[in-house]
Design a protein around this ligand. Structure first.
Ligand code: NAD
Length: 514
């Protein structure tokens, strides 16, 4: 298993790699991974299937094409749903222990091939290799976690009010689940859902993001090698053009019982409408606009370290990354000065496969243009650029620090999804909470304080699903992940994640002789 007999080489020339904010050089990058993990067809009913056409997948750092991938349409999506439906009646009869053992094998294979899986993430999404390896660890950990949870789906025996009856509550898998995922965590956003679904006894059809299908297809290959039966895990990659029609099949077909989506709130609303027609169960992990509050009492160095972790992971392209920085007047100047110094010292732009790179490109040029638009809007309204402020080659963005930001500026009203730190000044805790909560989103929130009473007050008052207290990184498989307000419905990971794929059946045993 461990030795690769073939290497697939995709050569990418990065014309102007930005190693450090102001240097430019020319390099060539190759995606060297085992051929069997570089898959370009759809995976349906345990077989690789082609489609009438293909779509290109490119390295966002260079713009060079990495692969042409089967552009599955509604026909292939329907085939996948039918295969998953057929397989459901086999998979749900596996014992929990058997499902657990197969998920464990899948986890072992992901761990064995972590380097290749990480390279795929780096080349298709631009993520620095160190972070891609981190994502594979995180992604595999969901499969491991749910392999363990599979055996703990206990039901209940409930005390009955009648002497001649017994009340049993059984947990049963909901059926076929459609899984639609984004590009920013091309592997982990799949396993966070699929691990729970398969553990529960559901079967799945995955539609990965058009920018990053290669990670999903490599997962399919490893699932088959692990012995997960045909039809249990299906993948239908497709282009941006085919996405709406494929999404419609996956969210309206009556054989599908569950839709689990991670992505933008705008897309989530479309899928909710689709799912309503046949009353499907839904889980929605949607956009964020996280406040990051630094109170006067904070340890400024810890707050700066937290800000660096929260903001610059994946170049600011995470749903939980800090979006609005609120800093109290007494610590404002020290915080912005030290954060600027940390950005100078720690951030290095470049191709994700360079060991020195901490900041890859944004996923595409439109993403970089969106960040630039927010910067121009803020500057036109009086914000001061302390660091960066410019778009570089392709979709590379300079990490940017803005001071004197107000809540009238776009960058505080919408999710940025890029390396921009807009810093608002506030005077009182009430003011900070009012600004933080004046938002339709409620995914993550962070604050730094050393005042224990304030910690309890603020943690309880923030209208978000996840709070980091003196901590900028909070995702872990053991805890639940999910938002409130328009950031979503339901929870993933933790002991709660599997519940999203289970129905509770009430069994009433009557006519018993007491
Ligand atoms: P997106 O909504 O554009 O795309 C997400 C997925 O939905 C992709 O697979 C895309 O192809 C698909 N999609 C788009 N339109 C569709 C349609 N009409 N029918 C069916 N599928 C459709 O989001 P994105 O830009 O890829 O991802 C970024 C967004 O995801 C951000 O808002 C981010 O906050 C959010 N996100 C949330 C979480 C979370 O756990 N809450 C995690 C990661 C990303």
């Amino acid at each position: 298993m461990g030795s690769f007999c073939m290497l697939t080489r995709t050569r990418c020339v990065l014309r102007q790699v930005l190693l450090g904010p102001y240097t430019a050089m020319e390099r060539t990058y190759s995606l060297d991974v085992s051929a069997r993990l570089l898959r370009t067809e759809g995976f349906v009913d345990g077989r690789w299937i082609s489609a009438a056409s293909t779509f290109p997948v490119s390295d966002p750092a260079t713009g060079e094409e990495l692969a042409k991938v089967a552009d599955c349409g509604p026909t292939e999506a329907k085939l996948a749903v039918d295969a998953a439906y057929k397989a459901f009646y086999i998979w749900k009869r596996y014992t929990a222990k058997e499902r657990s053992a197969l998920l464990r094998k899948w986890f072992d294979l992901m761990t064995l091939h972590k380097e290749d899986l990480a390279k795929l993430i780096t080349f298709e999404s631009g993520k620095p290799m160190r972070e891609s390896l981190g994502e594979i660890g995180y992604s595999a950990a969901f499969v491991e976690w749910f392999s363990e949870e599979a055996r703990r789906m206990y039901g209940d025996i409930v005390p009955s009010p009648a002497k001649d009856r017994k009340i049993l509550l059984l947990k049963q898998p909901v059926g076929v689940a459609s899984i639609i995922t984004p590009w920013n965590f091309p592997s982990a956003m799949i396993t966070r859902k699929v691990g729970a679904a398969l553990a529960a006894g559901c079967t799945v059809v995955v539609k990965p993001a058009e920018d990053t299908p290669l990670s999903a297809l490599a997962l399919a290959e490893l699932s088959a090698e692990a012995g997960i039966p045909a039809g249990v895990f299906n993948v239908v990659p497709c282009s941006r053009e085919k996405t709406p029609s494929v999404g419609e099949v996956l969210c309206t077909d009556p054989l599908v019982q569950k839709v689990s989506f991670t992505g933008s709130t705008a897309t989530g609303k479309i899928l909710l409408k689709h799912a309503a027609g046949t009353v499907k169960r839904v889980s929605m992990e949607l956009g964020g606009n996280a406040p990051f509050i630094v109170f006067d009492s904070a340890d400024v160095d810890k707050a700066v370290a937290g800000a660096m972790n929260s903001k610059f992971r994946n170049s600011g392209q995470t749903c939980v990354c800090a979006n609005r920085f609120l800093v109290q007047s007494g610590i404002y100047d020290r915080f912005t000065e030290k954060l600027g110094q940390a950005m100078d010292a720690e951030l290095r732009l470049g191709h994700g496969s360079e060991p020195t790179t901490t900041q890859g490109p944004l996923i595409n040029v439109n993403a970089a243009k969106k960040v630039m638009h927010q910067i121009s809007d803020a500057v036109s309204q009086g914000a001061k650029v302390l660091r960066g402020g410019k778009r570089l080659e392709g979709s590379f963005m300079q990490p940017t620090l803005l001071a004197d930001v107000t809540t009238d500026m776009l960058c505080t009203q919408e999710e940025t999804f890029g390396p921009l730190v807009p810093v608002i000044r506030f005077n009182t805790e009430e003011e900070a909470l009012a600004i933080a909560n004046a938002c339709h989103m409620g995914l993550a929130g962070y604050f730094f304080s050393q005042d224990i009473s304030q910690i309890w007050r603020v943690a309880e008052a923030l209208e978000v699903g996840m709070v980091g207290v003196n901590e900028g990184l909070l995702s872990t498989v053991e805890s639940c992940f999910g938002g409130v307000k328009q950031s979503g419905l339901g929870s993933e990971g933790s002991k709660y994640g599997i519940k999203e794929y289970l129905d509770i059946k009430y069994m009433c045993f009557g006519g018993l002789t007491p």
